[in-house]
Design a protein around this ligand. Structure first.
Ligand SMILES: *[C@@H]1O[C@H](CO)[C@@H](O)[C@H](O)[C@H]1NC(C)=O
Ligand SMILES: *[C@@H]1O[C@H](CO)[C@@H](O)[C@H](O)[C@H]1NC(C)=O
Ligand SMILES: *[C@@H]1O[C@H](CO)[C@@H](O)[C@H](O)[C@H]1NC(C)=O
Ligand SMILES: *[C@@H]1O[C@H](CO)[C@@H](O)[C@H](O)[C@H]1NC(C)=O
Ligand SMILES: *[C@@H]1O[C@H](CO)[C@@H](O)[C@H](O)[C@H]1NC(C)=O
Ligand SMILES: *[C@@H]1O[C@H](CO)[C@@H](O)[C@H](O)[C@H]1NC(C)=O
Ligand SMILES: *[C@@H]1O[C@H](CO)[C@@H](O)[C@H](O)[C@H]1NC(C)=O
Ligand SMILES: *[C@@H]1O[C@H](CO)[C@@H](O)[C@H](O)[C@H]1NC(C)=O
Ligand SMILES: *[C@@H]1O[C@H](CO)[C@@H](O)[C@H](O)[C@H]1NC(C)=O
Ligand SMILES: *[C@@H]1O[C@H](CO)[C@@H](O)[C@H](O)[C@H]1NC(C)=O
Ligand SMILES: *[C@@H]1O[C@H](CO)[C@@H](O)[C@H](O)[C@H]1NC(C)=O
Ligand SMILES: [Cu+2]
Length: 813
C-alpha cells in the first residue's frame, strides 16, 4: 500500500488541518500538503531540537571511535550543502518565469518546488578530476518543479548552476531544462496525473460515490467511508493509474481501517471495487464506471443495488483486525526466550576510517564515497580495492512491486517506488536490531517543501564476523582456519507498507555483496475467486502474488574503463580423446565467449548456474595469460519480472525483463528509470529499451544493470509481517584471476594449530594482538539507549533558518 490513510503521524497532521486524509496518489504533493499543515502541527507537538540535547553516551566498544580521515578528493555525489540548497531555493523564487508559491501557502493550482538536490556530474568530468589533473566539476542543482497553475499540469526537471561554494552567483547562475539524462526529449517535462485528480477533488469524488452505497457498506461491514473522523473504512486504489486510449482510469477498493496504531490496513481488504474515469482536471467531466463484487461487474450503481437486494445475493464477510495482524509479541513464551540471546561486540571499537563530512569510508583494502539521493537513497561511488577502482558507481535504480489478481485493484497495482523515493523513507535505524549496537551511524538528508529533512542515524556501518570461517583445512598434523570478518553499509527504506533493507558488504577475499531484504506488511487481496493468484492466508484473505524486482546499476571499471563481459559456459559433451581408444567419453567442458554488442547483452542467468559472467579487461593480462576481472554471480533471488508486456507499465519498467543487462556507458544514460515513469507509462521520461542500440561492447566503458527480487507468494508465515530471512536476494562480485592468489591470506585473523599424538605442538596466530582491544563491555540486554530514538530533524531553507531545527517524521500513509 502506498496510498491509504492510517492513524500515523502524517495523517493526524492532515486531519488537524482539516484536509482530507483520502487516497493520495502523490507523495510529493503529500509533502506539499504537509508543508501547508505544518503551521497547525507546530502548535501541538512539534519537538524542538533544543529540548532533547542530551548527547548519546559513547562507550569504548562503540563504532563511533572510527578513525577520522580526510578524503583526498571532494565527494562530488555527496549532496548540496545547507548554504547551497538555501541559495538555490532563494534564487528560484527570484525567477519570475517559474511563478512559484511557497509550499506552505500553495493550493492545487499553484506552482511549487518539489526537489532541490545535487545533480551528479558527468562521469567524463569526474574521471578527469579523480584520475587526471582536472578541476572538481562545477556544481549544479537538480530542481524539480510542480507546474499546477495551468490546465495541463506537468512536472519539470531543470538544472540550475553553476553554484559557487558560497551559493548561487547572481551573475553566472542559469537554469535550463534537464533533458540529456532522459530518453524522452520533452524539455524535462512530463505530465502530472496526480494534479489531474488532485487530492481534495478526488476525495470529494470517492466519498460521493461511497455515499451512494452507504446502506450497503453499513449492512456488509457496519461502517462507512465518507471522509468523516468516525469512518471505519477507507478507500484507495491502483498505482499507476490506467493510461490507455488517452483516458486516465482509476480502480479503488474498500478497506477496513485499523483499530489501533498498528499499520494493518493492507491486510484488511473488503472485496468491493469501483472504477472511475478521471481524465483531466475538471471533475464535472469525470465518470463513475461501475462496481465489481464477487466476480461480477455492475456497470451502474442501480444494477449493483438491484442485485444486492435480490434474495440470495451472496454477501462476503469482512477482514477485520485482530492479534493475527499486529506485530507485538503473541503466543506462549518459548522456554528460555526471555533470557538475552548472544550479541556481537567490537572489542577494539571501529576498525575502519570515515571522513564524515565528505562521506568517504575506508575499511581494510576497500574505500568508497557514499552518495544519497531522494529517488534512490544510498549509493556507493569510486569503490576501490587495493588502490584500484573496481566500480565507479553501485546503487539502486528502481524497485517494482508488480501484483496480479482476479480483482482490478491487485491486477492494477505495479508500484514503481522511486516515485515515492527511497531517500525520504530511510528512517532512523534501531540499534541492536537493524544493525549491531556498536555500529557507526550516519545521518542522511533530503529536501522537501523548502526544508531539508535529516534522518538521524539512518545509515549504519559496521564490521561483523560471520558464524562460519572464510577458510579452513584439516590434516593429520595441522588445522588452519580464518575468520570471516566483513564490512557492511546498510540502510532501510519503508516505502508504504514495505520495508526494504539494502546492504553492501565487503569481504577479505576482495568480493563485494549487494543484498536486499523485504519486511513489513504485505498488500493482500480479498480471498473470493483469487485462488489462482495466491494462498488463502486468513479467514477471507488471499496473500496476493507479486514480483518484487529491484534494479541495481553496477558501473564496473576493471583496471580502467575499457572492459568486456566474458561468458564461460559449462556444457556436457560426448567426445573422444587420443587416449580413449576411439571411444566417446561423456563429460563436460568450457565454452568461452564474449558479449560483443548491445544486440546480445540482455541476459538471463541460465539453467543450472552453468553460465559464469564476468567483467574483464582484455588489456590487463595476468602472469599466466588470463584476463583480470570480477565475476558477477547471483547468490539468491536474482530474478526478472514474470509478467510480459505489463498492461500496467507498458514502457515504464523495461529494465525488469531480464536478469542482467549490459550497456555502453553514456553520460546521457545515468539511470535506468525516472521517478515519474509512472506518470506516462507509454512514453515515460526514461524508457530503458532505448539504451540498446547495437553498440559495440568490446573493450569499452560498460554498465551492468542487475535485477534482484522475490517472486513473493505470501503464505500464513507472512502474517503479520513478511520476514527478512526468506524475503532476501543477493548478488556477489568477486575477483576473477584478478590477483595472484587469495588476498584473504593477508589477514592475521587466522590460526594454524599443529598437533599430533594427542598433543598440540604449536598455535600460530600470526601477530594478532593478544589482550589488546579489551574495551569494558557493559552489556545492557534491554538497550536503554533506544530511548534516544528521535526521527527526522528539519531545517528550513527558504527563508533560510539554520538555527531553529525541529523534529517531524513523515511516512507514506
Ligand atoms: C527551543 O527553541 C524554540 C525555537 O527557537 C523555542 O520556541 C523554544 O522555546 C525552545 N525551547 C527551549 C526549551 O528552550
Ligand atoms: C541577487 O541580487 C539581488 C540584487 O542585486 C539581491 O537582492 C539578491 O539577494 C541576490 N540573490 C542571491 C541569491 O544572491
Ligand atoms: C501564477 O500562478 C498563479 C497561481 O499561483 C496563477 O493564478 C497565475 O495565473 C500564474 N501567473 C501566470 C503568469 O501564469
Ligand atoms: C553531461 O553530458 C551531457 C552529454 O554529453 C551533456 O549534454 C551535459 O551538458 C553534460 N553536463 C554537464 C553538467 O557538463
Ligand atoms: C460520524 O460523523 C458524522 C459527521 O461528523 C455524523 O454525521 C455521523 O452521525 C457520525 N456517525 C456516527 C456513527 O457516529
Ligand atoms: C577505539 O576504542 C578501543 C577500545 O577502547 C581502542 O582500543 C581503540 O584504539 C579505539 N580506536 C580509535 C581509532 O580510537
Ligand atoms: C547527525 O545529526 C545530528 C543532529 O543534527 C548531529 O548532532 C550529529 O553530529 C550528526 N551526525 C553525524 C555523524 O554527522
Ligand atoms: C470469511 O470468514 C468467515 C469467518 O470470519 C468465514 O465464516 C467465511 O467462510 C469466510 N469466507 C470465505 C469466502 O472464506
Ligand atoms: C579505450 O579503447 C579505445 C579504443 O578501443 C581507445 O581509443 C581508448 O583510448 C581506450 N581508453 C582507455 C582509457 O584506455
Ligand atoms: C567490436 O569492436 C571490436 C574492436 O574494435 C571488433 O573487433 C569487433 O568486431 C566489434 N564487434 C562488433 C559486433 O561489431
Ligand atoms: C604428549 O607429549 C608428552 C611429552 O611431550 C608425552 O609424554 C605424552 O605421551 C604425549 N601424549 C600423548 C597422548 O602421546
Ligand atoms: Cu512482497
Amino acid at each position: 500500500m502506498r496510498l491509504s490513510s492510517s492513524l500515523l503521524f502524517v495523517s493526524s497532521i492532515i486531519y488537524a488541518n482539516g484536509v482530507l486524509s483520502a487516497p493520495s496518489p502523490d507523495p510529493k504533493a503529500a509533502w506539499v500538503r504537509q508543508g501547508r499543515a505544518r503551521k497547525a502541527a507546530s502548535k501541538n507537538g512539534r519537538r524542538w531540537l533544543n529540548e532533547t540535547s542530551t548527547p548519546p553516551a559513547v562507550s569504548s566498544c562503540s563504532g563511533n571511535n572510527y578513525t577520522r580521515i580526510t578524503a583526498p578528493k571532494a565527494n562530488v555525489w555527496g549532496g548540496l550543502t545547507d548554504v547551497e540548497a538555501a541559495s538555490v531555493t532563494k534564487w528560484m523564487f527570484a525567477q519570475p518565469e517559474f511563478n512559484l508559491t511557497l509550499s506552505d501557502d500553495a493550493g492545487e493550482w499553484d506552482n511549487t518546488i518539489l526537489l532541490v538536490e545535487l545533480m551528479h556530474p558527468n562521469k567524463t568530468d569526474v574521471l578527469y578530476y579523480l584520475d587526471g589533473a582536472g578541476p572538481a566539476p562545477p556544481r549544479y542543482a537538480h530542481v524539480v518543479l510542480d507546474h499546477r497553475a495551468c490546465e495541463d499540469p506537468y512536472y519539470e526537471d531543470i538544472l540550475v548552476g553553476p553554484i559557487d561554494p558560497s551559493g548561487v552567483n547572481n551573475g553566472t547562475t542559469r537554469w535550463e531544462p534537464l533533458e540529456y539524462p532522459y530518453t524522452r526529449k520533452t524539455a524535462g517535462r512530463v505530465r502530472n496525473l496526480d494534479a489531474d485528480a488532485d487530492d481534495t477533488l478526488y476525495s470529494q469524488w470517492i466519498y460521493k460515490i461511497s455515499a451512494t452505497i452507504s446502506d450497503i457498506t453499513l449492512d456488509l461491514w457496519g461502517g462507512t467511508a465518507l471522509g468523516h473522523d468516525n469512518d471505519t473504512l477507507s478507500i484507495w486504489g491502483i498505482d499507476p493509474l490506467w493510461q490507455d486510449d488517452g483516458r486516465v482510469i482509476r480502480w479503488d477498493a474498500f478497506w477496513s481501517n485499523s483499530v489501533d496504531n498498528f499499520d494493518t490496513q493492507t491486510l484488511l481488504p473488503l472485496g468491493l471495487y469501483f472504477r472511475s474515469d478521471v481524465t483531466g482536471r475538471d471533475p464535472s467531466q469525470w465518470k463513475f464506471e461501475g462496481w465489481y463484487y464477487n466476480g461480477i461487474f455492475y456497470d451502474t450503481t442501480e444494477a449493483f443495488k438491484n442485485a444486492y437486494y435480490t434474495p440470495g445475493f451472496a454477501k462476503l464477510e469482512a477482514n477485520v483486525e485482530g492479534d493475527w495482524a499486529r506485530t507485538d509479541q503473541n503466543g506462549p513464551v518459548i522456554p528460555l526466550d526471555t533470557t538475552p540471546p548472544p550479541v556481537s561486540i567490537a572489542p577494539s571499537g571501529a576498525r575502519f576510517s570515515v571522513d564524515v563530512e565528505k562521506k568517504w569510508v575506508k575499511w581494510m583494502d576497500f574505500e568508497f564515497f557514499v552518495g544519497y539521493q531522494r529517488d534512490t537513497g544510498l549509493s556507493l561511488w569510486d569503490i576501490r580495492y587495493k588502490g584500484e577502482r573496481v566500480l565507479y558507481e553501485l546503487g539502486l535504480q528502481e524497485a517494482l512491486a508488480h501484483y496480479a489478481g482476479q480483482d482490478p485493484l491487485q491486477s492494477g497495482t505495479a508500484y514503481l517506488d522511486t516515485y515515492y523515493g527511497f531517500g525520504p523513507y530511510a528512517f532512523q535505524l534501531v540499534k541492536g536490531y537493524d544493525c549491531p549496537a556498536y555500529a557507526t551511524y550516519l545521518n542522511t538528508s533530503f529536501y522537501v517543501a523548502e526544508t531539508t529533512h535529516t534522518h538521524l542515524e539512518s545509515l549504519c556501518l559496521f564490521e561483523y564476523t560471520a558464524d562460519y570461517p572464510l577458510q579452513r583445512h584439516s590434516t593429520s598434523n595441522y588445522v588452519s582456519a580464518t575468520k570471516n570478518t566483513y564490512f557492511t553499509i546498510r540502510s532501510v527504506s519503508t516505502v508504504g507498507n514495505y520495508d526494504y533493507m539494502f546492504s553492501y558488504s565487503f569481504y577479505m577475499d576482495g568480493s563485494i555483496n549487494v543484498e536486499v531484504r523485504a519486511s513489513g506488511y504485505i498488500q493482500s487481496a480479498y480471498y473470493a475467486n483469487n485462488d489462482e493468484y495466491g494462498y488463502k492466508i486468513h479467514d477471507n484473505l488471499s496473500g496476493s502474488m507479486h514480483d518484487h524486482v529491484l534494479n541495481f546499476k553496477a558501473d564496473f571499471d576493471i583496471l580502467g574503463t575499457n572492459n568486456t563481459v566474458a561468458v564461460v559456459n559449462q556444457v556436457p559433451i560426448s567426445t573422444t580423446y587420443p587416449w580413449s581408444n576411439g571411444k566417446a567419453r561423456n563429460t563436460m567442458k568450457l565454452e568461452k565467449s564474449y558479449i560483443e554488442s548491445e544486440d546480445q547483452s540482455r541476459l538471463f542467468w541460465g539453467p543450472n548456474s552453468a553460465t559464469q559472467y564476468s567483467v574483464i579487461n582484455k588489456d590487463a593480462v595476468n602472469q599466466y595469460g588470463e584476463y583480470k576481472g570480477y565475476r558477477i554471480s547471483p547468490s539468491l533471488g536474482a530474478i526478472h519480472l514474470t509478467v510480459e508486456e505489463s498492461s500496467n507499465l507498458a514502457n515504464a519498467a523495461r529494465w525488469a525483463t531480464h536478469d542482467l543487462q549490459i550497456t555502453r556507458q553514456h553520460d546521457t544514460e545515468p539511470r535506468a528509470a525516472h521517478a515519474y515513469n509512472n506518470q506516462d507509462v507509454h512514453n515515460p521520461p526514461i524508457n530503458f529499451n532505448t539504451f540498446f542500440n547495437s553498440e559495440n561492447l568490446t573493450q569499452t566503458d560498460l554498465v551492468l544493470w542487475l535485477n534482484l527480487g522475490m517472486h513473493h507468494i505470501p503464505h500464513t508465515g507472512d502474517l503479520p509481517n513478511t520476514v527478512f530471512s526468506t524475503a532476501h536476494a543477493g548478488l556477489s562480485f568477486s575477483p576473477l584471476n584478478y590477483l595472484e592468489g587469495d588476498p584473504s591470506r593477508q589477514t592475521v585473523n587466522q590460526v594454524r594449530i599443529d598437533y599430533g599424538d594427542g598433543n598440540v605442538s604449536a598455535v600460530e596466530t600470526f601477530g594478532q594482538e593478544q589482550g589488546s582491544g579489551s574495551c569494558a563491555v557493559e552489556y545492557t540486554p534491554v538497550e536503554a539507549d533506544l530511548w534516544d530514538y528521535k526521527g527526522d530533524v528539519v531545517v528550513r531553507k527558504f527563508p533560510f533558518d539554520p538555527n531553529e531545527p525541529f523534529y517531524e517524521t513523515d511516512s507514506i500513509v
